[in-house]
Design a protein around this ligand. Structure first.
Ligand code: PGA
Length: 249
């Protein structure tokens, strides 16, 4: 069975609540499609106004982070239950910016993945290598380690509903996209890794996105690859161009 494409914007730390609502308005008619799931992953403070702004459209809302405990004395954190109650469906976990700037390690990310799944959120689990790792030839070893650690204790059925985003760190925000061949090769490698940990059915069901300088010009070729099921889009998700990426065909 063909996997449904999923094209998600990662707004990062951009858009005040009022700017967020204005962007939803700009994108409203441009992101209409029957062929893919469309998600806006937005800063926590934008979640409630964005959920409201996309009501009645084909857009779902995602968060960019969550905490792994149910509730309690964790000043500044946001729980899975809060996200669900606010109308969130997806949550980005393990973006390289969080791994790097906020020192989130795989054992923490594993807890976050499990917490998201427990609450009924769909994790968009990010992985990817640095330029140094690519040049050392350890890309797939590194990514397999990330995937295996982050999915420890996660069941096959849970993985089937998840999204994994392959984002080479050197391609994020740099305008330097991985070649189509590089992106396909690693996305296939991730699928093979899932088949190895779980089984072929699970590997065929999980959706794997490519992220890193996706734009209106390269989306069609990337998303046409057999193992690339859409994209996680940063910079270009904040512009009208996101409509072209969603309707890439
Ligand atoms: P970019 O970001 O599209 O701006 O490269 C992608 C991401 O970080 O998810």
């Amino acid at each position: 069975m063909a996997r449904r494409k999923i094209i998600a914007g990662n707004w990062k730390m951009n858009m005040t609540p009022s700017q967020a609502v204005a962007l939803c308005d700009t994108l409203k008619d441009l992101v209409v499609t029957d062929e893919a799931d469309v998600v806006y992953c937005v800063p926590a403070i934008d979640i409630i106004p964005v959920v409201e702004a996309v009501k009645g459209t084909n857009v779902e809302v995602g968060a960019e982070n969550l905490y792994f405990e149910d509730k309690g004395a964790y000043t500044g954190e946001i729980s899975a239950e809060m996200l669900v109650d606010a109308g969130v469906k997806y949550v980005i976990i393990g973006h390289s910016e969080r791994r790097d700037y906020f020192k989130e390690c795989d054992c923490l990310l594993n807890k976050k993945v499990k917490q998201a799944l427990k609450a009924g959120l769909i994790p968009i689990l990010c992985c990817g290598e640095s330029l140094e790792q690519r040049e050392m030839g350890v890309t797939m070893d590194w990514i397999r380690l990330q995937i295996k650690s982050d999915l420890t204790g996660v069941t096959a059925d849970q993985v089937k509903g998840m999204v994994i985003a392959y984002e080479p760190i050197w391609a994020i925000g740099t305008g330097k996209t991985a070649t189509t061949e590089q992106a396909q090769e690693v996305c296939k490698g991730i699928r093979d890794c899932i088949a190895e940990i779980y089984d072929t059915d699970t590997a065929q069901a999980v959706r794997i996105q490519y992220g890193g300088s996706v734009n209106a010009g390269n989306a069609a070729e990337l998303f046409a690859q057999p193992d690339i099921d859409g994209g996680l889009v940063g910079g270009a998700s904040l512009k009208a161009d996101f409509g072209k990426i969603v309707n890439y065909k």
